[in-house]
Design a protein around this ligand. Structure first.
Ligand SMILES: CC(C)(COP(=O)(O)OP(=O)(O)OC[C@H]1O[C@@H](n2cnc3c(N)ncnc32)[C@H](O)[C@@H]1OP(=O)(O)O)[C@@H](O)C(=O)NCCC(=O)NCCS
Length: 406
C-alpha cells in the first residue's frame, strides 16, 4: 500500500458538487445532476465527511439521520451510512478506513445513534469495520395469473389506480401506520419518500413511470413494460413496494398486480419470508433469488442492545472482541427480564459465549440466528446451552426486511 497523508473533515454545502463528482465516478455513472439534486435534499451539516489528499477530495461518506423498527417492536434511531466512495486513483490507501473510524468514534464520543446500518455494494467491504449481515432481501418472480390458495381472504374494496399527486398523501398515511410494526422498516421522511418514489426518466431502465394502486388499507407502487414474442404478450410488472395493514388488503393488492393484462411476469424485491409465498397455490413456481440486505454495526453495544426487545428472558455473559471500537471489547452481562427488556453491564464473571462485534451486529435485528453463526464457527459456546438460549432470545417478531436502499 502506497502511503499518503489523508485528512478528514465534514464537508460544507458548497462542496456538494465535489462530493457528487467523487460519488458518481466511484459508482460508474454519469448521472451527476440527478445525484446532486438528491444529495442537496438529504444534506445534514456535520454528518457528511470528505477525505482529502492535500486539498483534493478523494473520499466521501455520510450519516443520514433515520429511525428503524427493531425487535420489540420499537422504533429507534439508526445512523444510516450512505454515500461511501473513494476516487478510483486513491483506492486501497486507507480512505475508507479513515472514514469508518471517524464515523464510529464520532458517534461514540457524541452519544449519537447507538448502532449504524448500511447497504453494501460488495459483501467483503464492511465486516472488517464491525458490520454484520443482519437481514437479507429476496427478488421474487411470479407468472401472471398465479393462483392463490383456495380460501385466501381478499377484500370487497376495489383497488383504484390513482395519479401520482393524488396517491402520495394516501401512501404516506398507510406507510406511517404500518412501518412501526415491521422489523427492519425505516420511518420515512421527505428524503425517504423522494428516494423511494424517484421517477426520473433516466433511471427507469426502459420501464414506465411509476403507477399507484390504492386500497383503503394498502397500496402498491409499480412500473410496467410492454412487449410481445412468438407466444404473445410478454409484458413485465415490476413492483417497487406493496404495503398493507391487513392480510385482506395485501392479498387484494397482489391479485390486482398478478392479473395485469398483457403481462407475463411480475417481479418484486421483498423480505425473505414474505407472506406472498404463502398466498399462492404453487409456491414452487415463485422464483426466488437471495441477496444481502442491511448490515448492522453496534456503536456502543450496551446502548444498542438495550434499545431492542427480546423474545425470552436470558442471563448470559458475553466475551466480545472489537478492535476498531475498543470500548465495546471485554465481558458484558446481558440480562433480559420477563418483559423482554435488557440490561447490559460490565462484568468480571466467566463468559458463556465468545463472539466479535460483527456477530452481535448480525443478530441484532433477529434475522440472522446466533446458532447459525455458531454452526459457522463464528460464535463460541463456553457454557453448554448458551448458544440455544441466546439464539432464542435474539429472535424478533418477524424476520427483518428493509425496502429502502439508502
Ligand atoms: C469500497 C471502497 C469505498 C473502499 O475504499 P478504500 O479507500 O479503497 O478502502 P481502504 O483502503 O480503507 O481499505 C481497507 C481494507 O479493506 C479492503 N477493501 C476495501 N475495499 C474492498 C473491496 N471492494 N473488496 C475487498 N476488500 C476491500 C482493503 O483491501 C483494505 O484491506 P487491508 O486493511 O487488509 O489492507 C472503494 O473501493 C470504492 O469507492 N468502491 C466503489 C464504490 C463503492 O462500492 N462504495 C461502497 C458503497 S456501499
Amino acid at each position: 500500500m502506497e502511503s499518503c497523508a489523508l485528512t478528514i473533515r465534514p464537508l460544507t454545502e458548497a462542496e456538494l458538487p465535489a462530493f457528487v463528482a467523487v460519488l458518481c465516478e466511484s459508482f460508474l455513472t454519469d448521472h451527476t445532476e440527478l445525484w446532486l439534486d438528491f444529495v442537496r435534499s438529504t444534506f445534514e451539516p456535520g454528518r457528511l465527511h470528505g477525505v482529502f489528499d492535500d486539498t483534493r477530495l478523494v473520499g466521501t461518506g455520510q450519516i443520514l439521520t433515520k429511525q428503524l423498527t427493531v425487535p420489540g417492536p420499537r422504533v429507534t434511531p439508526v445512523a444510516a451510512v450512505s454515500g461511501v466512495s473513494v476516487a478510483a486513483d486513491h483506492r486501497r490507501r486507507g480512505a475508507l478506513s479513515l472514514l469508518m473510524r471517524t464515523q464510529l468514534h464520532g458517534l461514540h464520543e457524541s452519544g449519537g445513534e447507538p448502532f449504524a446500518a448500511l447497504w453494501a455494494s460488495e459483501s467483503r467491504i464492511y465486516g472488517r469495520f464491525g458490520y454484520g449481515l443482519a437481514s437479507q432481501t429476496c427478488r421474487y418472480s411470479l407468472l401472471k395469473g398465479a393462483d392463490f390458495r383456495p380460501g385466501t381472504p381478499t377484500s370487497a374494496d376495489r383497488v383504484r389506480e390513482l395519479p401520482r399527486a393524488e396517491a402520495i398523501p394516501l401512501l404516506e398515511a398507510i406507510y406511517q401506520k404500518v412501518a412501526p410494526s415491521r422489523i427492519g422498516w425505516l420511518t420515512r421522511g421527505v428524503a425517504g419518500w423522494a428516494e423511494t418514489l424517484a421517477d426520473n426518466a433516466d433511471m427507469r431502465d426502459g420501464m414506465s413511470s411509476l403507477r399507484f394502486a390504492l386500497h383503503p388499507e394498502g397500496y402498491a407502487v409499480y412500473r410496467t413494460k410492454g412487449g410481445r414474442d412468438e407466444r404473445g404478450p410478454n409484458g413485465t410488472v415490476s413492483v417497487v413496494e406493496v404495503v398493507a395493514g391487513t392480510a385482506q388488503a395485501y392479498a387484494t393488492l397482489w391479485r390486482h398486480l398478478l392479473d395485469m393484462d398483457l403481462a407475463r411476469t411480475v417481479d418484486v424485491r421483498l423480505g425473505i419470508d414474505d407472506a406472498l409465498v404463502h398466498l399462492v397455490a404453487e409456491p414452487m413456481n415463485v422464483v426466488r433469488t437471495l441477496s444481502p440486505g442491511l448490515w448492522v454495526r453496534l456503536v456502543d453495544l450496551d446502548r444498542a442492545l438495550t434499545t431492542r426487545g427480546y423474545r425470552t428472558p436470558v442471563d448470559l455473559v458475553l466475551q466480545v472482541g472489537d478492535a476498531l471500537c475498543p470500548w465495546n471489547a471485554g465481558r458484558w452481562r446481558l440480562h433480559v427480564d420477563a418483559t423482554g427488556q435488557a440490561e447490559v453491564t460490565r462484568t468480571n464473571s466467566d463468559a458463556d459465549l465468545a463472539l466479535d462485534i460483527v456477530e452481535l451486529g448480525a443478530v441484532f435485528l433477529g434475522g440472522t440466528r446466533l446458532s447459525t453463526l455458531a454452526a459457522a464457527g463464528r460464535v463460541h459456546e463456553l457454557t453448554e446451552g448458551a448458544v440455544a438460549r441466546a439464539s432464542l432470545a435474539f429472535l424478533g417478531e418477524q424476520i427483518p426486511s428493509c425496502a429502502e436502499v439508502f
